[in-house]
Design a protein around this ligand. Sequence first.
Ligand SMILES: Nc1ncnc2c1ncn2[C@@H]1O[C@H](COP(=O)(O)OP(=O)(O)OP(=O)(O)O)[C@@H](O)[C@H]1O
Ligand SMILES: [Mg+2]
Length: 392
Amino acid sequence: MGDENQDYRKKEGIVLAAVLIFATLSVASVLVTLTYYCYLRHQLSKRTKIRQQKICYEEKASNFANIQVATERGLQVFTFKQLHSATGGFGKSNVIGRGAFGLVYRGVLQNGRKVAVKLMDQAGQQGEDEFTAEVELLGRLASPYLLSLIGFCSKSNSKLLVYEFMANGGLQEHLYPISGTKAMPSNLNWETRLRIALEAAKGLEYLHEHVSPPVIHRDFKSSNILLDKNFHAKVSDFGLAKHGPEKAGAHVSTRVLGTQGYVAPEYALTGHLTTKSDVYSYGVVLLELLTGRVPVDMKRPPGEGVLVSWALPHLTDRDKVGEIMDPALQGQHSRKEVIQVAAIAAMCVQPEADYRPLMADVVQSLVPLVKHHRPSGAGNAATPLATPSPTA
Ligand SMILES: Nc1ncnc2c1ncn2[C@@H]1O[C@H](COP(=O)(O)OP(=O)(O)OP(=O)(O)O)[C@@H](O)[C@H]1O
Ligand SMILES: [Mg+2]
């Protein structure tokens, strides 16, 4: 009986030891698994954190680069929120225009400065390129005859440009005013037109001859001449601008861009771009100022649809030149002035680029005309009389 008892206790001890060992091993394996799991999680979160930090750093670095470049050039970097509140939440009532880039809004910055904000429609490649070109160029150009870029906002998909505000908008709105759907006669008097011609010429002269390498505007047209509250003109929109060749007479090959009716024939045909392509476009604007006609209007009678072709034969004919003048001018100009401006326009729109003048020549020819112009008194009552230009 005593032996049996002892045997039983021995067996019980063995089973207990086995259970204990098994339990210990199980707990240990659970602990090991748990520790390994914790280790893996730790490693994973560490890696995610490093990646997030890297992205954040890269974002900061690129923003910093932007800010640094912009600040060096005196441009302000705006947040989307700042421009949202400056334009009343991009409200419809603040829309002042629409162009290829997108809508243009009137805005007021926190410091009370009036601005025009261009909100890029689609961040397509051309849009992106134009945005970069505009910021790059305008940031480093400074002339009283070029529109100033105040700053920009470039946040993921939102690309915005902030310009000085030009109270009287684009020249084309004043050359071809519309009331409802009805075309109205222009209120721009001859004196103001002459001065706009001179100031716009000075803007192009600066780009061609005071910047190295020269800058070719590539989209010079009446809607890209903006007018301030006194009808002083500034050239705008360098989105399509291109650096010209350093060597005189050389050209830059490029895709043909620009606006119908303003593009020089050799540029349209061959894509060869020189500063003389801008001179041609300038000549077209000069013709608009003289005639009050848009560059292309196929609703006009046969032979009159393309402004340059229709006007050119009249420009050098002293007896006929008066016939193409804008009737809205009501003879405010002297015959001599008309003949001189028409001669400049004729030279600018010559089909042969080499025979076109330099913008400096155009400026020189226009300065005495603006200086010596005597108002004839036959001006429009509603005509805005502008204050004299600071440098004319
Ligand atoms: N800085 C500004 N101040 C006041 N009005 C402006 C300003 N910039 C543009 N506008 C207005 O917005 C209109 C549209 O300008 P925008 O430059 O976007 O287009 P566009 O000149 O008609 O064509 P494109 O896109 O080919 O240049 C202008 O005609 C003008 O009335
Ligand atoms: Mg424009």
